[in-house]
Design a binder for this molecule. Structure first.
Ligand code: GZL
Length: 340
């Protein structure tokens, strides 16, 4: 497994060399402190010189988006594509995720891919990977650590997603006095931070007031319980708009509103981000009013970046995947043909 190509991109000045031979092992990783799912797939008895062993540290399985992203990554980092994938999902636990990355380093994988739960706390373990000559590629979320510590990133423009959602809200409510509650994503995560900032920029100067903003951790249950608290505090009549940082929390808010006797999408408007199947169905059903897409299908690009980095081919530091947005009418036109 110990094939070492030191990319001239991420580890300048290092010699690039291949250690002959590597046996493909199917093992699993997982830190003792984590109940994280860990599994390994990949070639056994394959021509070792051709197999790239990749450790993938996924956030967890917190949302429909995450499931679609994991499916995309596993499909791309497949044995047929020349990979042995060692997969770890960290249950949305930043410490468990860092521990999983340390396990990958100790296993001597050829490359590491990370979808970082939160932005901060990555400097040390990324330096350890660099010192071990193991390139790191980020997919989906970003980190606050120096970009010298990872080879590349592929994902979405979370700030632009927040702006799109906010522009819809500004057009919908304008100068009308509007009480908004926010269901934030995972505290400290790049999408939560940037979707909030983009939305707030877009509604500046409108009649929209944020009366409360709490994290639902990107989960449906989290969105439901926070929304139940909002309804208890402000009453259905005291809330005009819900901005949920992802569909799953918006779907939880729908459950809470209906349980309280309200009509989501009418009494209380809802705008969310992701555009996964369940969210798009709620949009078609009129329970969500607008959704900004966040494309989870990042696997193919991430796999190509890993191959390029290991081959010493120049790569960009950032690759942005395009997003779109949907009204109820637009969702009805596309829902049956979308891949996730
Ligand atoms: C965004 C991704 C977010 C999704 C959530 O790229 O990191 O995490 O919006 C997911 O659904 O949990």
């Amino acid at each position: 497994m110990n094939k070492r190509f030191l990319s001239t991109i991420a580890f300048a000045g290092a010699a690039a060399f291949a250690l002959a031979g590597c046996s493909t092992e199917t093992g699993s990783t997982g830190s003792s402190s984590s109940t994280a799912e860990a599994e390994s797939t990949g070639g056994s008895d394959a021509a070792a010189s051709d197999v790239i062993t990749v450790g993938f540290a996924q956030t967890g399985a917190e949302s429909g988006w995450r499931s679609a992203n994991t499916d995309s990554m596993k499909a791309a980092f497949s044995e047929d594509n020349g990979f042995e994938l060692i997969f770890n999902a960290a249950d949305n636990d930043p410490a468990a995720q860092i521990s999983a990355v340390r396990n990958f380093i100790n296993q001597g994988v050829d490359a590491i891919v990370i979808a970082p739960v939160v932005e901060d706390g990555w400097d040390d373990v990324l330096q350890e990977a660099a010192d071990a000559g193991i390139p790191v590629v980020l997919e989906d979320r970003t980190v606050s650590a120096s970009e010298d510590l990872y080879a590349s990133w592929v994902g979405l423009d979370f700030h632009a997603e927040g702006v799109k959602a906010g522009e819809w809200a500004a057009a919908e409510f304008g100068d009308t006095e509007t009480n908004m509650v926010v269901l934030e994503g995972t505290t400290g995560s790049a999408p939560a931070n940037e979707r909030a900032a983009g939305f707030d920029e877009a509604i500046a100067g409108t009649g929209i007031t944020t009366i409360d903003s709490q994290t639902g951790d990107f989960t449906r249950d989290g969105g439901k319980s926070v929304m139940e608290g909002y309804i208890a505090n402000y009453g259905l009549d005291g809330i005009d708009l819900v901005y949920a940082h992802n569909d799953d929390m918006g779907l939880g808010a729908i459950e809470a509103i209906e349980s309280a006797g309200g009509v989501p999408g009418e009494d209380i408007k809802i705008v969310t981000i992701d555009a996964v199947k369940d969210g798009m169905q709620a949009l078609v059903d009129g329970k969500i009013n607008y959704i900004v897409e966040c494309n989870p299908l990042l696997g193919e690009q991430a796999a190509q970046i890993v191959k390029d980095v290991l081959a010493g081919t120049a790569v960009e530091k950032a690759y942005y995947v395009e997003d779109q947005a949907f009204t109820q009418e637009q969702a009805a036109e596309v829902i049956d043909t979308r891949p996730y």
